[in-house]
Ligand binder design. Structure first.
Ligand code: ADP
Length: 720
């Protein structure tokens, strides 16, 4: 008997066995329907095997779906991702099939004139033909409305053959990219890097590469040229570019379009589901040769993925922290290895993990030496806020204000970077000191003035700002404490009343279109001062931007987790790196209370290597990543007693292991989220330990009650 192993989108650890009827001629990757209890559900065949002596009665696969199957390598990747993240394979499988949730876009019917003249050109009929000129109405009723006649007139014209209905393509076909459309002239440093990359790609097989160059050095041009050669050489090769932010996908898509004369497929959560389905199918059929997307694009059903680029590879947005928890950069390297593809990790400030791999020779290390052309890196100065404090109730120091005034006078642009949405991060009662917190979550409510609401950034809970303090009843006593981008915008407007000021955050640019509009307005010089969170501080080129002001450089260092220093360095190097992209030199002012901190010193001196060396040494001493491995186990429950019991049971069941320690259980810093109490345990393991096997064996020893959720975060980035 032939047996099909079928992956199901459920929280089960293994594929299920089904009998494989011969007439279905199943293959690995086929999407099938199988019985599960009384239901029929969708699954994907992950393996087929012969079982001569099988005597267990098995239910049979009911049917094969028409939807395209997953390539065998994509199925292998789903299973690898599940093992690595200690998740049920149903989790990555769900991501891989997400594109199929929506129906394909339906063919659209439109009316158009055939060119034949009507037998009786009455005024009503002429009005219809006039209304049709240049328009594409979808129905007779719509056309009749536009012409101000009854739909009978339109029907008469249709019957007579004066008007016809035609089907139009619902979503654009993916035009073939033309590698020779608009080649770049690379500078010598870029050319050297691109040549190595092209050779590696042409040789074939899995090759991880770090493409390392300061902001503006032209890394994008290098991988565009490498992609061009690949697309020209291999008529069916596919390229994937992963980006950390939806706002950045727009800019990169535009550059691909300019380079190849054809738009790549776009893949992220803001793409409407029917278009996503179109893209999914085009990737599966091989029609889409280039995909630009956010992290989940990694799970698309590529037929022949040959080049995978992770741009801004250090960015912590590649870590998905909710639901299926995974680090897309790490999984990208794994997918490249399964596909036998070249994997380019590009960054001006690579993660310590990637730098370690480059230093040890596991990754090829390509470096671009300087900014492209005449552009130079900005001059970076620290502003010691203890010596040059802003005025009472203000956030911009006198040196930064002066620099802004000069920049505005020269008709150049300023970017003020503050990684905090909203107006103020805390609302406090001046009468009794009460802090406004979310009702079911341990977090302060953030005031948003545009909407007049207090918002919990963790859960999305929001409420109107109350007129009286809910604690003591004092009237008009609630005060905003600290700055968010909206408050900095208010300050800029009062300082430079003539300037055109805009805010760029996930509130003002929630989707691709609004983000693109803001980026374009900035690039075209229609904005003088842009106040931005990290959504705009990365990747973009704004030619007239010559001043970057970092409002609160110390923000990310507070609460100091493992990567606080590294992340602050990366974020501020990116933000300050926006200044001075073209011939005008730029400068950056960093406001800090900690000017002697190694991160601030490294930024001011432009000395990444010294910072990396010190940070590496500290991590090695503590045997933390990249010199050791971490895994968090997070317990949560609405029932505190059950939570405590499970935590104790897990603590008692910790296996002995060479080179492994477990810390906790302890209350999580965010001890209450959406009404659930939370506790954490943290595993630290040496690099040679199979941490996943250790954790899986440990968790298998304890059966948590249904009221307690146990989630596992391999290589955690958040410790809250
Ligand atoms: P990075 O990705 O390293 O930050 P980009 O690839 O975005 O750098 O390049 C920075 C700017 O310089 C862009 O505007 C880009 O178009 C321009 N540029 C880079 N290399 C070239 C080149 N060889 N020819 C023309 N323009 C270039």
């Amino acid at each position: 008997m032939r047996i099909a192993e079928v992956l199901l989108p459920l929280a089960v650890p293994e594929p299920f066995d089904y009998a494989a009827p011969d007439d279905l001629a199943l293959k690995v990757g086929d999407q099938v329907v199988v019985p599960l209890g009384p239901r029929l559900i969708r699954g994907v065949v992950s393996a087929l095997r012969e079982s001569p002596g099988h005597n267990r009665p098995l239910k049979a696969v009911a049917d094969v779906l028409d939807d395209p199957g997953l390539p065998a390598s994509a199925v292998e990747f789903v299973q690898w991702a599940a093992r690595w993240t200690l998740s049920p394979p149903g989790d990555p499988l769900g991501v891989a099939l997400r594109g199929l949730r929506a129906p394909p876009p339906r063919a659209q019917v439109v009316l158009r004139a055939t060119g034949r003249a009507p037998a009786r050109p009455t005024p009503a009929r002429q009005a219809v033909l006039a209304a049709l000129d240049g328009a594409s109405p979808a129905s007779a009723a719509e056309l009749a409305r536009a012409a101000g006649v009854s739909s009978g007139v339109v029907k008469g014209l249709c019957e007579e053959g004066v008007i016809e209905t035609i089907n139009v393509e619902p979503a654009p076909r993916f035009t073939l990219p033309d590698p020779d459309h608009a080649p770049a002239h690379l500078n010598p440093s870029q050319k050297a890097a691109a040549d190595v990359l092209k050779t590696l790609i042409a040789q074939g097989g899995y090759r991880p590469v770090l493409l390392d160059g300061v902001t503006g050095s032209g890394k994008t041009e290098v991988y565009l040229e490498a992609a061009a050669q690949l697309l020209g050489d291999e008529p069916d090769a596919q390229v994937l570019v992963l980006l950390p932010e939806i706002a950045l996908t727009q800019a990169i898509i535009a550059r691909f379009q300019a380079r190849f004369g054809a738009a790549p497929a776009e893949w992220h959560s803001a793409v409407p589901p029917p278009r996503r389905r179109r893209a999914w199918e085009a990737v599966a059929s091989g029609e889409a040769r280039i995909v630009v997307g956010a992290r989940s694009a990694l799970f698309l059903p590529f037929r022949k993925l040959r080049l995978l680029v992770v741009d801004e590879e250090h960015d912590s947005s590649f870590k998905q922290d909710e639901g299926f928890v995974y680090q897309a950069r790490d999984l990208a390297v794994a997918r490249a290895s399964i596909e036998g593809a070249t994997c380019v990790l590009a960054s001006a400030t690579p993660s310590l993990e990637t730098l370690r791999n480059a230093e040890s020779g596991r990754y090829e290390w390509l470096r671009l030496s300087a900014r492209h052309g005449s552009a130079v890196l900005p001059d970076i100065q620290l502003v010691d806020l203890r010596e040059a404090p802003p005025e009472q109730g203000r956030w911009l120091s006198p040196p930064l204000v002066e620099a802004m005034v000069q920049t505005f006078a020269r008709h150049e642009q300023t970017l003020l970077f503050l990684n905090r949405r909203g107006y103020a991060p805390l609302v406090l009662c001046r009468a009794c000191g009460h802090r406004m917190t979310a009702p079911d979550t341990d977090s302060w409510l953030v005031e948003h003035r545009y909407t007049g609401r207090l918002v919990c950034h963790l859960t999305g809970f929001s409420m109107a700002k109350p007129a009286v303090c809910p604690q003591c009843g004092a009237k008009d006593s609630l005060a905003a404490v600290g700055p968010g981008v909206e408050r900095v915008e208010e300050e800029v407007r009062s300082l430079l009343p003539e300037a055109r000021v805009a805010v760029f955050s996930s509130d003002t640019a929630p989707d691709g279109r609004s983000a693109r509009a803001l980026v374009e307005a900035m690039a075209n010089g229609e904005i003088d001062v842009l106040v931005a969170t990290q959504a705009a501080a990365k990747g973009h080129n704004f030619p007239k931007l010559t001043l970057v002001g970092v409002v609160d450089a110390d923000l990310g260092l507070r609460g100091g987790d493992l990567r606080a220093g590294e992340r602050t360095f990366q974020l501020l190097a990116q933000a300050t790196g926006r200044a001075g992209r073209k011939e005008r030199p730029g400068r950056a002012l960093i406001q800090t209370y900690l000017p002697e901190h190694p991160v601030m010193q490294a930024l001011a001196a432009g000395d990444r290597d010294a910072f990396v060396a010190a940070e590496m040494a500290a991590r090695e001493d503590a045997r933390l990543p990249p010199f050791g491995r971490l895994c968090a186990v997070i317990l949560s429950s609405e029932n505190p007693a059950a939570l405590e019991r499970t935590a104790q049971a897990l603590a008692a069941a910790i296996p002995n292991g060479e080179g492994v320690e477990v810390y906790g259980p302890a209350d999580a810093p965010l001890a209450l989220v959406r009404g659930r109490r939370r506790k954490r345990l943290l595993v630290r393991a040496d690099r040679n330990v199979d941490m996943q096997a250790y954790v899986a064996a440990w968790l298998a020893r304890v059966k948590a009650p249904a009221s307690v959720r146990v989630s596992v975060d391999v290589d955690p980035y958040s410790f809250l």
